[in-house]
Design a protein. Structure first.
Length: 267
């Protein structure tokens, strides 16, 4: 298994400290947060990543194609172009994408706006050999980010895009609260661009409120077994955030997260 840590988890650390500590603790990859990278300097950051030996499991994020964050549709697409070029420059395994909120649109119109944008960006993604990984979210916390809250509708959205460069993020925090039918899981795995690992004590309500891996109620061992059995061989990226995580000792959290994944992977 290839294990990565998302910089979202270590919110208080700088980009430089994230790279150093993840590498020291034996992580194979890092989920880069664009804000931290921008603060550090993109060119300097890419050089530091190359020196560290860490692979970039993901670059987070681009999207907002439905206008909910006060950008125009064209501005969001142009920002997506910049993000794709950055992902290519750092050799990222994928660029995480949020469609944007439904907002005041009908769901069909929101879908059309996102589909138009992602279809345009997909051509560039193919040229740059970058995967765009669209993330569906639990309906309890999705309203500001995406209208995609179910696996079946996300797969239908991917079918409409019709690009091998567009896949999805399977985040256990968002998708692990309800059972997934075996046939849907089998159809899903070849289309996963990234697996993110998160745990929860309860379903989210408005804000994400994750807990340390293994301390929640989600069936992480079963989900990992299914993913591996069905052939997923990409990164497992740990992403933890919320009030409980903000109070943690990050060093201990990173160590315990590795131990938990190792235990889950014993099948």
């Amino acid at each position: 298994m290839q294990i990565a840590m998302s910089e979202v988890t270590t919110f208080r650390w700088s980009f430089e400290e994230d790279v150093r500590r993840y590498s020291e603790l034996g992580y194979q990859g890092i989920g880069v947060w664009r804000q931290k990278l921008s603060d550090f300097g993109e060119d300097r950051g890419i050089d530091l990543l190359n020196e560290s030996g860490l692979s970039v499991s993901s670059l987070t994020w681009t999207g907002g194609f439905t206008g909910g964050d006060f950008r125009t549709h064209r501005e969001a697409i142009d920002e997506g172009i910049d993000a794709l070029r950055l992902a290519a420059a750092m050799g990222a395994e994928c660029l995480v994408v949020y469609t944007g909120a439904r907002g005041g649109h009908t769901k069909n119109h929101a879908r059309r706006l996102a589909l138009t944008a992602i279809s345009e960006l997909a051509d560039l993604a193919e040229d740059l050999d970058v995967v765009m990984a669209i993330e569906p979210m639990h309906p309890g916390c999705a309203s500001d980010w995406t209208f995609l809250t179910q696996l079946d509708e996300t797969l239908k959205f991917l079918d409409q895009v019709q690009s091998p460069a567009v896949k999805l993020v399977f985040d256990t925090y968002h998708l692990g609260h309800s059972p997934i039918a075996d046939d849907l899981f089998a159809a899903l795995v070849p289309r996963i661009g990234l697996v993110q690992l998160g745990d929860a004590r309860r379903p989210p309500l408005i804000e994400q409120d994750r807990c340390a891996l293994g301390e929640g109620v989600l069936p992480l061992r079963k989900l990992l077994a299914q993913l591996i059995d069905l052939g997923y061989d990409g990164f497992f990226e740990i992403e933890l955030l919320g009030e409980e995580i903000e109070l943690c000792d990050y060093g201990r959290l990173l160590e315990s997260s590795q131990q938990s994944v190792a235990q889950f992977a014993v099948i």
